[in-house]
Design a protein around this ligand. Structure first.
Ligand SMILES: NC(=O)c1ccc[n+]([C@@H]2O[C@H](COP(=O)([O-])OP(=O)(O)OC[C@H]3O[C@@H](n4cnc5c(N)ncnc54)[C@H](O)[C@@H]3O)[C@@H](O)[C@H]2O)c1
Length: 244
């Protein structure tokens, strides 16, 4: 097995949007970043830009997750940081959420976190070190309508952070969540979500549109060695839209 001194990070859903900004920030901090996404071409473009490694990965596939984790370990001998960012961001009113759509959102947004985290915590545990950051959402705080299944998965990702911190702390691993407010990612700007800015920006303490680079530094801090004393927490990064 190869072994590198450079810290290694896996960022899921990193072909665009918030995930790509996180990958870029971690690379700027000196980490070797594995840019993983179901969109392999997009992942390759980001990886090339930041000097990282691209992996085509559907986080809801147990086989694909295990394969990618095995490949990273074979190539680098370590995984120091896991950022669970990949998610589907639907806008569907409750009456129209079919069980099929419900299951799909659960499988990517929630099962995906289980699969990556469960595959990687033994590796981090063996090393006695790890940083895990789940990208949640302030919709869990705000109770945003027309995406109840999405909000449920984001609440669950925060619940996982709280429920798992104690077990992982004994292994030298921290796990936290970052909950962004509405951000002008490619995903949001390509669909009906963008209408949300008209409503949300006036409620923010800082009245401009958030961009992916506004979220990435918070994630990079929680993924850093300096954040050793912070675990089981959720950091809301929404320009003061919600203030709990
Ligand atoms: N943009 C926002 O307003 C906002 C607000 C709060 C939280 N978030 C969260 O931030 C994260 C990123 O959001 P974004 O707005 O950048 O999204 P986006 O739609 O722009 O990008 C999501 C990325 O995830 C990838 N992806 C989708 N399904 C996947 C799968 N099964 N396996 C691997 N990759 C997959 C997509 O290909 C895409 O590259 C998500 O967890 C989202 O819930 C976003």
């Amino acid at each position: 097995m190869a072994e590198t001194a450079q810290r290694v990070a896996l960022v899921t859903g990193a072909a665009q949007g918030i995930g790509a900004a996180i990958a870029e920030e971690l690379a700027a901090d000196g980490l070797k970043v594995v840019v993983a996404d179901i969109n392999g071409e997009g992942a390759a473009t980001v990886a090339e830009r930041i000097g990282g490694v691209a992996k085509t990965l559907d986080v809801s596939s147990p086989e694909q997750v295990q394969t990618v984790v095995d490949e990273i370990v074979a190539e680098f001998g370590r995984i120091d940081v896991l950022v669970n960012n990949a998610a589907l961001v639907p806008l569907t009113s409750w009456a129209d959420i079919s069980f099929e759509e419900w299951r799909k959102v659960m499988s990517v947004n929630l099962d995906g976190i289980y699969l990556t985290t469960h595959a990687i915590t033994p590796i981090m545990g063996k090393a006695g070190y790890g940083r895990i950051v789940n990208i949640a959402s302030n919709t869990f705080v705000a109770g945003t309508p027309d995406c109840a299944h999405y909000v449920a998965t984001k609440g669950a990702s925060i619940g996982l952070v709280r429920g798992l911190a104690g077990e992982l702390g004994k292994l030298g691993i921290t796990i936290n969540a970052v909950a962004p407010g509405i951000i002008a990612s490619e995903g949001v700007m390509s669909g009906p979500h963008q209408a949300g800015f008209d409503y949300v920006v006036p409620m923010q303490a800082i009245n401009r549109r958030g961009v992916p680079a506004d979220v990435a530094p918070a994630v990079a801090f929680l993924a850093s060695e300096k954040a050793e004393w912070i675990t089981g927490q959720t950091l809301v990064v929404d320009a003061g839209h919600t203030r709990n």
